[in-house]
Design a protein around this ligand. Structure first.
Ligand code: GLU
Length: 428
């Protein structure tokens, strides 16, 4: 890669700044993370050996509220990546209009190589290392790539042990038995589904004639595949880290999911089988999936999947970014020239953090909502902000990405300016 992920993320900020008039001080503030923490986490493995893992937590901006964002477990986690993800969380929370700033965390680890008990020791060790940095009023972690409700439960418990009080609001995405919210596990996919449906309705595309390819069959990708399938869309291809399956007539998503569920490892919390082992479908690589001739492409895996190297080969008419950062800024330009409509991550995948906000509210009030209430409020939020971003894009002739950033920037700048800037004090 020629430039860092963070440098690439900054180009989106620069682009949006051309279309909004805000205080130069607000701009300067948004270029730097508020605080970045690197920690070493010593873990005793089942073999008796001690292994030290590298972990990070970045709080990017807390002007609009406590910082919020997930924790990922992946071998490629780095400070550059975590800073970029924390920057995106800042804009995501502002774009969807929830009162949080942005943060992110991660551990450089291949979690599939650890036993369940090693994973628990690692997760508790990470909280031991960052406990002073997080809290229900300061910074609230959540799940991300290769972390889940079980891991969030361990983290919340560890924080409660350290602080000597039951602290459910310190982490969201927990099991419901210890303060998790109904609907949190399906929230990212459901939020994305509402955005896809809004856009498809606007472009008068009926589900029955709309083909979809989804890269990534983790929580977000698999649940979204199910929701689209149930709504009548033709989901023709899905993939996981090992490869893709393709059937031009449409895949039977419930059977793909049943296969995945049946192959969860006994000791681990991850699925150990690949969708590729399902017979009678054509096998493709992940990069072949990205260039399929479909109406809708959904990258739901990792960042930097569509770049200068393959953007010109994309045949989809719409890309919905369910992953964070799957399309880089150089690819944006090519896709725009080729008439591909890219609907950005900070809108499409914001359903997850929106229901995290609902979970945090429930933990703080002690009053728990029904699944119906949660999904209803999620739908209202997703549809309202999507329609404002579409209107802004049309009004200013902007891409949906730049419109989403401008929409977020207005809220961020108003908050930064409300706390006082040089211009504000010069007037007194
Ligand atoms: N990791 C998710 C994201 O990237 C969720 C964050 C949260 O719920 O705080 O949006």
């Amino acid at each position: 890669m020629s430039q860092s992920l963070f440098a690439d993320a900054m180009t989106r900020l620069d682009k949006a700044l051309q279309h909004v008039s805000i205080s130069p001080e607000a701009i300067e503030r948004l270029r730097y993370p508020k605080a970045s923490l690197s920690v070493s986490i010593p873990v005793r493995l089942d073999s008796g050996e001690l292994k030290v893992f590298q972990g990070y937590r970045v709080r990017y901006d807390d002007t609009r509220g406590p910082t919020k964002g997930g924790i990922r477990y992946h071998p490629n986690v780095s400070l550059d990546e975590v800073q970029s993800l924390a920057f995106w969380m800042t804009f995501k929370c502002a774009a969807i209009g929830i009162p949080f700033g942005g943060a992110k965390g991660g551990i450089a680890v291949n979690p599939k190589a650890l036993s369940r008990m090693e994973l628990e020791r690692l997760s508790r060790g990470y909280i031991d290392a960052i406990a002073d940095f997080i809290g229900p009023d300061t910074d609230i972690p959540a799940p991300d790539v290769y972390t889940n409700a079980t891991i969030m439960g361990w983290m919340m418990d560890q924080y409660s042990i350290i602080s000597r009080r039951f602290s459910p609001a310190v982490v969201t995405g927990k099991p419901t038995a210890i303060g998790g919210s109904l609907g949190r596990e399906t929230a990212t996919a459901m939020g994305a589904y509402f955005v896809i449906r809004s856009l498809m309705t606007k472009h008068q595309k009926l589900p029955q004639v709309t083909t979809v390819a989804i890269q990534g069959f983790g929580n977000a990708g698999a649940v979204l595949a199910q929701l689209l399938y149930e709504a009548g869309y033709k989901v023709v291809a899905v993939s996981d880290s090992k490869g893709a399956i393709y059937n031009p007539q449409g895949l039977d998503i419930p059977s793909v999911r049943a296969y995945q569920q049946a192959h969860k490892g006994i000791e681990a919390v991850y699925c150990e089988e690949s969708v590729c082992n399902l017979g009678d479908r054509q096998l493709l690589t992940n990069s072949e999936l990205l260039t399929l001739d479909v109406d809708v492409l959904v990258p739901a895996a990792l960042e930097n999947q569509i770049t200068l190297a393959n953007a010109h080969e994309v045949k989809a008419k719409f890309i919905f970014e369910v992953a964070n950062g799957p399309v880089n800024s150089a690819a944006d330009l090519i896709l725009q020239q080729n008439g591909v409509c890219v609907v950005p991550d900070i809108l499409v995948n914001s359903g997850g953090v929106t229901v995290s906000y609902f979970e945090w509210l429930q933990n703080r009030s002690g009053l728990y909502w029904s699944l119906e209430d949660i999904n209803q409020r999620l739908q209202e939020k997703m549809e309202a902000e999507t329609s404002q971003i579409i209107d802004l894009a049309e009004e200013l002739s902007l891409s949906l990405r730049t419109a989403a950033y401008v929409h977020a920037l207005k809220r961020l700048a108003a908050a930064i300016e409300a706390k006082g800037t040089q211009q504000y004090f010069a007037q007194s």
